[in-house]
Design a protein around this ligand. Structure first.
Ligand code: GSH
Length: 204
């Protein structure tokens, strides 16, 4: 299995899912953490002007979900039926919907608008979305979908710390315990021990 290069910023966020999946599958990779200083020079050489990017066999591939689905297929972390795959896809899309809502607030430049948006989303939207996801994880034995470990779990686990910060919800663990279970189940995998021991520690 030839070594590949994986480039992302020095955070977990959208990059950690693919990093965890490669580690799970025993895929050796250069874990390139691109600084904001270096990014402008690199940006034009990426497929969509965004990170993460996987450089494999001389070709560059982008989009964190597509990359994760690819590794999921490669390592058998998929559904047992097309319907289970659909379940994984729809739940991963929902996770990204939650992330997109929180990002809308996080990156709002006007402080007053940011505060109002955060209060509004925290009252109704976040509890509604998170409790739905928490129930789904409860019905799937601590997994995101299909009642088993899939590539979707790796995306969610990789994004868990980042979500806590974006949602401004340090008590996410206790409020929605089934979500923590998804992350815990992934981080306990023996295949990840080496990567987790050596990867740079980041807050998000
Ligand atoms: N849908 C893409 C989104 C990628 C994305 O938004 N990447 C951000 C970092 S999280 C980025 O590259 N930002 C720098 C830029 O757009 O210049 C994915 O999931 O990979």
């Amino acid at each position: 299995m030839p070594k590949v290069e994986f480039s992302y910023f020095p955070v977990k966020a959208l990059g950690e899912g693919p990093r965890l999946l490669m580690s799970y599958g025993g895929q050796e990779f250069d874990d390139i953490r691109v600084t904001m200083e270096d990014w402008p020079a690199l940006k034009p050489s990426t497929p969509f002007g965004q990170l993460p990017v996987l450089n494999m066999n001389g070709k560059k591939y982008a989009q964190s979900v597509a990359l994760s689905r690819y590794f999921g297929r490669k390592y058998g972390l998929v559904g047992a039926t097309p319907e289970q795959d659909l379940e994984i896809d729809m739940t991963v899309d929902f996770v990204n919907d939650i992330r997109a809502k929180a990002a809308l607030v996080h990156y709002e430049k006007d402080e007053a608008i940011q505060k109002a948006k955060h209060e509004d989303f925290s009252k109704n939207l976040y509890p509604d979305m998170l409790s739905k996801l928490n129930n789904i994880a409860g019905q799937n034995s601590g997994h995101l979908a299909a009642g088993k470990l899939t590539w979707g779990d790796f995306i969610f686990a990789g994004m868990y710390d980042y979500l806590k910060v974006m949602l401004r919800m340090p008590d996410l663990d206790t409020k929605y315990p089934n979500l923590k279970k998804i992350a815990d189940n992934v981080y306990a995998l023996p295949q990840l021990k080496n990567y987790l021991a050596n990867a740079p520690k980041t807050e998000i």
